[in-house]
Write a protein of this length. Structure first.
Lengths: 264, 341
């Protein structure tokens, strides 16, 4: 069984700010991490390997700096790592990103593909299902628990909705999108870290993938959607602020407001 | 030529989700700007009798697809159904609720028909976009959504591909008051489903017995943050909520600390709420929290710190200790009720 986990390197969101003059993201000095849901996907893959055998490959599309994220995945115990990186890939939206990652997956081979549910920077949750569609394989999104693999090819998985869950049987090849609840990631161990830097991270560039994708449909120009503008949020206007009131006066003010708004 | 705004009306067990009515309400505004119609898409098994409720809510017509295979949501048959509507009707715009079903289905559809999709929008507008200043321009859907944990908003366009597709966050748009005198065409679309379309087996459907509290439906929310001091204080806040006919909710910190269930979390990583009253008790008002409650009609904030950011979005701000004020408020509300009974 060949498991491939797709991960994304993301900035630590709370620290991201817009440059007030250029209105672009300030990325300098912002620490990068493996996206939480993706890391849970790595852990789930490693557990499946321990239970049922096979290999775990990890794929990351991004700039050359994403090498660090792949090394971390190797240090956790993944067998091989691929960096999908090229100038032509830059500016891709989810549709284009999915077509590039799908091309990489065809190149690498897979039985089970695991992605995180969504990345904390874009929050779209679209790339996983769009990879599944591009590859023409079934998807089970919002995977909360993987119970078993039956007959060597059927994954039994619990999929969470708002008001219910499904227990689903899906034949490989298939794709799961992992919730953070799917698995708690293990720490890298010292030996693993050393190994991680001895292993190769294989680069898949434009030339490696061009036969498996339509060059007109990738990158900024090939993406169906584009960012028109980005901006920081404006706050709602301030009302009355009352200081130095006794608790009784405060309660009176609240009651008066509730009355004025016909809430009581 | 692509035309009209289609709304995918999500249903579970034959009951249409609230977000569907919100989207139809929003679509009527967009349709007026585009001078086009609003069409509901209703997919399920024995679901046709629910179509009129979409027309009552503002749709001009409804497309219904019925099949046994559509009784419980499964990605592939639903994708096939929506794709059939796109091929048959060539919509200008399709809106989905950004629920777990909408966010599973919409990307699959967008990928299949090769068009753009914008996730989890919180604002939609129709406006003119020009490729060059001389260009006469075209009316596009301007889709605005939070990114980077709500620190940044982005407006997205899908210029050259149709339909323009978006998933829209529940609780953000306003539904219209149902008008039972409205009429419109309800037409059935036949789709040939094959056994292979059911490419997964649902072994079990488990509905959560204890129906999850939906804070997005509450008219009044009494919300507790760090400043309430202990998980027990939620019981006190619950008393206020009970008197006012509301629910309790929370900022993220207390959910992470295990003081209260995640389903009650308001904010960027929780739920977006717009109740008539949002009472923020000991909540500092981080931007991620404010993103989830700033649409509330009336905000009352109580916080010890007079520089708390929550005061910037409050109709009434009280600088003081919630632990002292809330118990007194409960007494005062009880007295008020007796006096005005």
């Amino acid at each position: 069984m060949k498991i491939v986990v797709c991960i994304k390197q993301v900035p630590d969101t709370n620290e991201v700010k817009l440059d007030p003059i250029t209105n672009t993201l300030i990325r300098d000095g912002v620490p990068s991490i493996i996206n939480h849901d993706d890391k849970s996907g790595i852990e789930a893959a490693l557990v499946l390997k321990e239970r049922f055998g096979g290999t775990v490959s990890v794929v990351c599309m991004g700039p050359p700096q994403a090498d660090v994220a792949l090394r971390e995945a190797l240090a956790m115990g993944c067998d091989e790592a691929y960096l999908v990186s090229a100038r032509e890939f830059g500016g891709s939206d989810t549709w284009a990103t999915a077509s590039i990652i799908s091309a990489a997956l065809k190149n690498i081979g897979y039985d089970l593909v695991i992605t995180g549910r969504q990345a904390i920077d874009g929050d779209t949750a679209q790339v996983g299902p769009q990879i599944a569609e591009t590859l023409g394989i079934p998807q089970v999104s919002y995977a909360e628990e993987i119970y078993d693999i039956e007959d060597g090819n059927k994954v039994i998985v619990k999929r969470q909705f708002e008001d219910r869950y499904h227990i689903i049987e899906v034949k490989m090849p298939c794709l799961l999108t992992a919730l953070a609840e799917l698995a708690t990631p293990r720490y890298m161990h010292a030996g693993g870290i050393i190994d991680a830097y001895e292993k190769d991270v294989k680069l898949l560039g434009f030339d490696d993938l061009k036969d498996q994708l339509v060059p007109e449909y990738i990158g900024l120009k090939g993406s169906p959607t584009n960012v028109f503008k980005s901006f920081t949020k404006q706050a709602k206007g301030t009302g009355t602020i009352l200081k130095d009131l006794s608790p009784d006066e405060a309660v009176e003010a609240i009651i008066a407001k509730l009355d004025e708004r016909h809430i009581i | 030529m692509s035309r009209d705004i289609y709304v995918v009306a999500e249903q579970r067990d034959g009951e249409i989700a609230k977000v569907a009515f919100e989207l139809i309400g929003e679509a009527t505004k967009l349709a007026a700007d585009l001078e086009q119609k609003v069409v509901g898409i209703l997919i399920g098994d024995h679901i046709k009798d629910k179509a009129q409720s979409l027309i009552d809510a503002g749709a001009d017509s409804v497309v219904v697809i019925e099949d046994k295979m559509l009784a419980e949501y499964v990605t592939e048959p639903y994708t096939k159904a929506i794709t059939a509507v796109i091929k048959e009707c060539d919509p200008e715009i399709i809106l989905f609720g950004a629920t777990s079903i909408g966010r599973d289905l919409a990307p699959r559809v967008a990928s299949r028909v090769h068009t753009g999709l914008t996730a989890d929008c919180t604002k939609l507008d129709i406006d003119v976009w020009k490729a060059t200043p001389e260009d006469e321009g075209q009316k596009l859907l301007f889709m605005t959504r939070p990114a980077f944990g709500g620190n940044i908003m982005a407006t997205i366009l899908c210029k050259y591909y149709r339909p323009q597709m978006a998933t829209v966050r529940p609780g953000v748009m306003k539904k219209l008051i149902a008008d039972h005198t409205r009429t419109g065409e309800i037409k059935e679309l036949k789709v040939n489903f094959e056994p292979l379309d059911m490419n997964v087996v649902i072994r079990e459907v488990v509905k959560e017995k204890h129906k999850k509290v939906d804070i997005t439906e509450a008219k009044v929310l009494i919300s507790g943050g760090r400043g309430i001091g202990s998980p027990e204080f939620y019981t006190t806040l619950q008393e206020v909520a009970d008197i006012l006919g509301g629910e309790i909710s929370s900022s993220r910190a207390n959910v992470d600390a295990g003081w209260i269930a995640r389903e009650r979390q308001v904010g960027q990583t929780g739920k977006t709420v717009r109740p008539e009253l949002y009472m923020a008790c000991g909540i500092s008002g981080a931007i991620q929290h404010v993103a989830g409650m700033e649409g509330s009609d009336c905000v009352i904030a109580i916080n010890k710190n007079d520089t708390a950011a929550i005061f910037d979005v409050s109709d009434l701000g009280i600088v003081g200790d919630v632990k002292v004020i809330i118990p007194k408020l409960i007494d005062a509300l009880k007295k008020y009720k007796v006096a005005n009974a």
